[in-house]
Design a protein around this ligand. Structure first.
Ligand code: ATP
Ligand code: MG
Length: 590
């Protein structure tokens, strides 16, 4: 089954994906769906074992929940719509009775309903249940092999508590457990503050493998005291250039539609301008809310922060936001808007008569804009802006929210001498304090010490097992192949018989193989009738940490031992090589 490829498959963009395909670890079946070949399965099992040992040690109990989940349970939690409509990622189907089912992308609904049935008293709490299982997600952009696939292996755990403090204790314990798991897997990870996304809840933290192939941007302070996903990150914006107050007036700004044009034509700095974005928010029940965002001209909008703010403002799930276009205005039967010259006070009458939009703007003002006391903004008339404006001229002090994107180079909030640095990261794990979100909507709980009914406090904790395996390759490879950390390598040692036709080589190689095996070492024997060079290349490509070459010195009972990582080579006797391999692998035989 050792079928390796010489050429880089065209479908693979990143090195880890290329090496997995070239090494014969995985086979693509269709978009985002892969077969794990025998070598891969060994890697996955090693990771699973580490995860199981650490989760068990933390007191969690392993279980296995169904992948097919009834739609009704997801309707009860209010997530059926968001997970199946529009850009929803849940595969779903109907059974022969016409009942709808979803293929599990995650298991909060199932586990919460089970807990509600079996846990009655605070005396049964806390409890932490986990499983390792295939998850299904119809990702919008499946790519990079196992990194973002549509069928993948996840470890997910769910904890239940009688109070918030107890939830926090378990959350902290999971934090330590995760660090232990990743370090045992040979991964360098950073824990970052994260947005909780559609899973919901209060605090959450992601574990990122820093690598250029990462899809997430993370911001880190050099002193290591702050790290966050850009989706969530906060920072101090650079100081605005002040604009000396004067009599407010209209200025002509012909064809100056962008901040850059406005600045270069009028000698302004972007930080002196209040930029207004007209967006349309799509709500779960089909409502469309027009939104006006004011933000300082040199700042960018963070869409995740915006969606979270909108959710709180509207009190409903927000599916997405898009810029409002002239075409949409036409379809709504609305008259033209002064795009390029819109001010924070664009009147609601601009929405009168719209077909299915709300007829009142939801106005949000980012802190950077709210803090300006003299600025330039659109005049709500084509080719006109207003200069020397302030918020009282626009109807009073605005309610400010944080909607801006934190960037590398910004100063940190915890220490103004620290500048944020940007790195790319691969999210391999995510822990959440869910709070009572699911126990409330699914109406599950327990009886407390004084006999009254309460809702569960919950946490949930995920690790992408198959993603982790590939992320490890991003951190551990060289120009000729994979260099697996020994703890998750498919085999610890490979014995290569250079010339299988040479009987003394063959005999010695097989003996070493059997002896290593007898000592409980994970060993692979390459006794193929291939040229030695081919076998060496394959061993390097598939990345086994130790290689024993049985070649010309076999007659003298000597073999070469080569360390994959640095190619350090030693000529050793049979006894010595076995002794050394036993020593090198002993820490991993748990
Ligand atoms: P992402 O932001 O990358 O889409 P997520 O936040 O949706 O991930 P969670 O619901 O937190 O993911 O799932 C737990 C873990 O499962 C993630 O930390 C990640 O390691 C893994 N994972 C999520 N989606 C995928 C996928 N499509 N392919 C492989 N692994 C995944
Ligand atoms: Mg996540």
């Amino acid at each position: 089954m050792l079928v390796t490829l010489r050429d880089v498959p065209a479908e693979a963009e990143i090195i880890s994906h290329q090496l997995l395909l070239r090494g014969g670890y995985i086979r693509r079946i269709t978009s985002g769906i892969y077969a794990y070949m025998p070598l891969m399965w060994r890697v996955l099992n090693k990771i699973k074992k580490i995860v199981e040992q650490e989760m068990d040690a933390a007191g969690a109990l392993q279980t296995l929940l169904p992948q097919l989940q009834p739609a009704d349970l997801w309707r009860d939690s209010g997530r059926w719509q968001t997970y199946t409509a529009g850009e929803g990622i849940m595969f779903n189907l109907k059974d022969r009775q016409g009942r709808q089912l979803g293929l599990g992308p995650t298991h909060e609904e199932i586990i919460t309903s089970i807990a509600g049935e079996i846990i009655h008293s605070y005396k049964q709490l806390p409890i932490n249940l986990y499983q390792i299982q295939t998850k299904f997600r119809d990702e919008i952009r499946p790519r990079y092999g196992l990194m973002r696939s549509r069928e993948f292996i996840m470890k997910d755990a769910y904890s239940f508590h009688s109070n918030e403090k107890d939830l926090k204790d378990t959350y902290n314990k999971m934090n330590t457990t995760y660090k232990q798991i990743f370090s045992r897997c040979g991964l360098k990870t950073v824990a970052v503050e994260a947005d909780s996304g559609s899973i919901g809840g209060a605090a959450s933290q992601e574990f990122m493998v820093t690598a250029d192939a990462g899809e997430d941007f993370i911001l880190i302070s050099p002193d290591g005291n702050y790290a966050a996903n850009q989706e969530k990150a906060i920072s101090k914006p650079p100081k605005a250039l002040s604009l000396n107050p004067s009599e407010p007036k209209l200025i002509d700004t012909p064809n100056q539609k962008t901040i850059e044009e406005l600045c270069s034509e009028n000698g302004l700095d972007p930080s002196q301008i209040v930029k207004v974005l007209a967006l349309l928010a799509s709500i779960e029940n089909g409502e469309k809310h027009p939104v006006l965002i004011s933000i300082r001209g040199d700042q960018e909008l963070n869409e995740i922060k915006l969606i979270n703010t909108l959710k709180t403002e509207i009190g409903k799930e927000v599916l997405g936001v898009t810029p409002i276009t002239q075409e949409q205005l036409n379809l709504q039967g609305l008259s033209n808007w002064p795009f390029g010259s819109i001010g924070p006070d664009l009147e609601d009458s601009n929405l009168n008569g719209s077909k299915n939009w709300k007829t009142k703007f939801l106005r949000l003002i980012d802190k950077t804009a709210a803090e300006l006391n003299c600025f330039v903004c659109g005049a709500n008339k084509k080719n006109k802006h207003r200069i020397y404006m302030n918020w009282s001229l626009l109807g009073g002090t605005p309610i400010e929210v944080d909607l801006r994107k934190a960037k590398a180079g910004d100063f940190c909030c915890h220490n103004e001498n620290q500048k944020l640095q940007e790195k790319k990261g691969i999210e391999v794990g995510h822990i959440f304090q869910l709070g009572r979100k699911y126990s409330e909507v699914l109406e599950t709980g327990f009886t407390n010490e004084v006999g009254t009914q309460e809702r569960f406090w919950m946490g949930c904790y995920g690790i992408g097992i198959s993603r982790l395996a590939q992320a490890a390759i991003e951190q551990h490879h060289d120009e000729v192949g994979i260099c697996w950390p020994i703890s998750i390598a498919p085999f610890e040692v490979i014995v290569v018989i250079a010339n299988i036709k040479d009987s003394s080589q063959k005999e010695l190689g097989e003996n070493i193989y059997l002896e290593l095996q007898a000592k409980g070492i994970d060993v692979l024997l390459d006794d193929r009738a291939e040229r030695a060079g081919v076998k060496f290349k394959d061993a390097d490509l598939i990345g086994i940490p130790w290689k024993i070459v049985v070649g010309r010195e076999a007659e003298k009972g000597q073999v070469e031992l080569i360390k994959r990582l640095n190619r350090e080579t030693k000529l050793l006797s049979t006894e010595k090589v076995i002794e050394k391999m036993f020593k090198e692998t002993s820490g991993y035989r748990k």
